[in-house]
Design a protein around this ligand. Structure first.
Ligand code: AMP
Ligand code: MG
Length: 391
């Protein structure tokens, strides 16, 4: 058995960063920027009015000053003339500031009578002009790698970047194994259950930016498993679920190795999730064999699969980040394996669930945290600072 940290090191050694592809801007949200992109223009491209009002020369602008309104500038409609010292231009937000204007008097500060405006007693101090290039200038970059968010998409649009280089989504194939499993919606026999882990993992992987597809459930026979491995195709990562313990029906490791899988490790000093396996398939794809118990499979997803996916996406080789909370109830003494306990965190206080049986998905669903109990940790008292993974 190896430690969680050593297992992650081995997993990262098997992980290849994926190549990039170009997607239209409208599809870039949530993707990882592969190479830096740079602004193709200044924003704003001209100095622009920040308010609705009157553009004037700032010199002499004071309560009582009068101006003749000689034209109008609106967004998308510049005023082409030159504005003299006693002249004003009606101007709207986003309009280019005409020559001769260096201040916008907001409309609330002006009394208008025909073509003449008079600055009222109250005069706002601001000049209300956005300088050209004040947001960004040609060549300003957005650096990679970066997980693109809606604000980044807006920024790139504004920079006139219509196509975005992003890391290709990891292609993941998910294989449930077991004679007892049927798909949701099917009618299970009296000794059957519904495959659940595969759906949880698919959701997790899609959230993390993967293309995740489910292979047909493999039965606990060599022939069925071999047929399933044949469907891995061009996946970057195969995730198998179950069949990885030492029971008579646990054939996954054996079949995989017969098909040329180079095993990197098997078994981790961790609860839940001991029978974890990883290696490289004959076609070069990475394989992670997860335990079958639903909670074990999903906890291993958080602890091992998500960091691998992030590394494939070029986001670095790091464990899933941990947060800190205070124990609201004592946490039990731990044995020699790192224990990930389902817990609930609210207002910075963490409480573990009493029943930690690794088959109980309902408790995983109630949990929003996994308390990390290091190996051989003594019982921890109320108020102790502890680390957890948000889930
Ligand atoms: P195994 O590792 O194959 O011995 O499976 C351990 C336990 O997890 C057994 O109770 C299986 O029925 C259950 N199990 C295995 N795979 C799945 C799955 N995809 N969905 C739900 N339960 C599963
Ligand atoms: Mg099984």
């Amino acid at each position: 058995m190896i430690s969680v940290t050593d297992a992650l090191t081995h997993l990262f050694a098997l992980t290849n960063e994926l190549p990039s592809e170009t997607v239209p801007l409208g599809r870039a949200n949530g993707r990882v920027l592969a190479t830096a992109v740079s602004a193709k223009r200044d924003q704003p491209p001209f100095s622009a009015s920040a308010m609705d009002g009157y553009g004037v020369a700032s010199e002499g602008a004071a309560p009582g000053a009068k101006y003749t309104v000689i034209g109008e500038a609106a967004a998308g409609h510049a005023f082409d003339g030159i504005v003299g010292s006693r002249e004003a231009v009606r101007i709207f937000t986003g309009a280019p500031v005409p020559k001769g204007v260096d201040r916008v008097i907001i409309q609330e500060d002006v009394v208008r009578d025909g073509d003449v405006i008079t600055i009222a007693d109250r005069l706002d101090k601001g000049f209300h002009i956005r300088p050209a290039g004040g947001d960004f200038q040609v060549g300003q970059t957005i650096n990679a790698p970066r997980e693109l968010r809606p604000s980044d998409v807006a920024l790139m649009a504004s920079m006139n970047i219509a196509n975005v280089p992003v890391i290709r989504r990891p292609k993941v194939a998910i294989l449930s194994t077991g004679d007892e499993l049927v798909m949701p919606g099917e009618a299970p026999g009296p000794d059957q259950i519904i495959a659940s882990n595969s759906f949880g993992l698919q959701a997790m992987l899609r959230d993390a930016g993967c293309e995740a597809r489910l292979l047909p459930i493999a039965r606990d026979t060599r022939a069925s498993l071999e047929a399933a491995f044949d469907l891995v195709d061009d996946a970057d990562l195969l995730i198998t679920i179950g069949g990885a313990s030492v029971g008579d029906h646990d054939l996954v490791g054996d079949v995989a190795q017969n098909l040329g899988m180079q095993r990197s490790f098997y078994k981790i000093a961790m609860r839940p999730g001991k029978p974890l396996m990883a290696g490289t398939l004959a076609n070069g794809a990475m394989m992670i064999g997860l335990p079958g118990n639903p909670v074990s499979a999903l906890v291993c997803g958080h602890v091992f699969v998500l960091p691998v996916v992030r590394a494939m996406l070029g986001l670095g080789q790091a464990p899933t980040p941990r947060l800190t909370a205070k124990l609201a109830a004592p946490a039990p003494q731990n044995g020699p394996r790192e224990h990930y306990m389902r817990a609930h965190v609210a207002h910075g206080e963490l409480t573990t669930f009493d029943n930690q049986d690794s088959s109980l998905l309902s408790i995983l669903s109630d949990a929003n945290a996994l308390l990390v109990c290091p190996p051989n940790c003594p019982e921890l008292a109320v108020g102790t600072d502890v680390q957890y993974l948000p889930i």
